[in-house]
Design a protein around this ligand. Sequence first.
Ligand SMILES: C[S@@+](CC[C@H](N)C(=O)[O-])C[C@H]1O[C@@H](n2cnc3c(N)ncnc32)[C@H](O)[C@@H]1O
Length: 512
Amino acid sequence: MDSLKIQETRIQALGPVIRFHAPASCKVYTPLELATAMISGLGISSDGVWLEPSFGRAVFLRALKNLGVARDRVVAIDVDRRPTPFDELAISLRGTEFLGWAGHHQSCFDRIIGNPPYVAIERLNSRLQSLAASVSWGSIKPIGLNGNLWAAFLVRCLRLMRPGGCMSFVLPAAWDYADYAEGLRRELPKYFSRLVIHRCEDVLFSEVQDGCVVLQAFGFGGAKSETIRFQYSSAADLRSGLADGSLQSRRTNTNTVQFDFPSCARITADSVFNVRLGGVTGDAKFFLLKESVRKKLNIPVSACRPVLSRARHLVKAFANKQMWKSFRGEDERVWLFDPKSSQARLTAIRRYLQLPATEGGCNRKADWVGRRKPWYRVRIPKRIHGFVSGTSSRGPWICLNAMPRLAATNTLYVVEFKDLDSSRDKRAAWCLSLLTSDVQTQLQKIARVYAGGMKKFEPADLLSLKLPVPFKYSGASAEYSRAIKMLVSGDCEGAMQLADRHFELIGKPTAL
Ligand SMILES: C[S@@+](CC[C@H](N)C(=O)[O-])C[C@H]1O[C@@H](n2cnc3c(N)ncnc32)[C@H](O)[C@@H]1O
């Protein structure tokens, strides 16, 4: 992305550069904690490209770095030429006027975030004034000479947004009452699946005594729109409200709230979790042991790892010890022979390792076995948060891992959530998302149908799904357990309805 800098230099040389000395009054910098909450609220994906259109002293860049967003995924702009040591955290374009710059770019960002300048348009120099007054987008009319730069920034960002993109801005309280922003308030929600207005009564900036608004807009170009509004008395509440997706419980009851949920934002599954093959043994007969065989061979439990190895092992929303023990009791193959190198000398283990293939030993010529060093250590994905079968007749659905060390072999896929700290409820809410009618419709379209009508999904298929974004997590585990109980007993329709109710998609048209 550093090529962007070279390209920018060319654009600036050719195109008309707008000069502007931003007044000191607009240089109010966002507290780091607020910037962090705003970024978390939008959600971080590994491949999204971010824009901060007026990055000032680089607070948002620091927060993005802290949250693990790579430098080359962030573009930052400011007219202010004074560098900070944190400019390095992004592709930073200092001395660049944003409204003019945006005129040379289109649809390239997944996330736009910041705190745009508050300057009356009538105070701008004549070139910037005529540009700011005339900025428009779709049904959003030009702000006009009586408007303010922050509103022109907001509108200008729309041409830079990729479909499905999100943005979040700190705005002045004028968002709520200014006449010049009336068209913006009315029309902006039409361009997003969901617009959330967070209003805080508390003072957020030592320099500004006014309360402020933080806007979050999700799902650019989404089918229909909803607007939700929250009011907070403290900055701490605002921050947790921004970062937390469980919006449902805090919906306020003011007249401006629209209780209308026609559709919700969607994001691709690969920004939420990863799906890959479970451990490839290369010789399942040798590596997968029943409890009776393990005992007969005298192989200690410490040289084995508990595993799920069949689609039929996925019977509950949460795979816990009790469930795994029941398969062990039925003498299913639930142990992966997995001795550490230091255990290879133990008599029972050495004997099993040396057993000829003709007598039940390992087929050392098998492709995967021969490639490993040592050959008897099967590679198992490090973090296993859930299991999926690619061929289940009722799936795919995620069986969440609730047992320490429980792994799976390659007849199953394993799931790793990207947010490593997410709660059980949060993960369950994403799993419910997979069961919604919205996702089921997508699955029907992408299923690979084999002879006999068996449907198969590859990990890449699952990762391409557009998942409705949950807006509440609390209670999701219990609901997911109920939904999976229904699904496993054959009531797929009931499970889907339950998931739709969680996402409030019931009775609403599905827009993909
Ligand atoms: C309210 S400060 C916010 C800075 C930073 N986003 C933050 O939250 O800490 C506004 C910033 O906008 C910059 N600015 C003002 N007018 C601009 C313009 N037309 N194009 C780009 N940057 C501008 C100022 O230099 C200032 O750094």
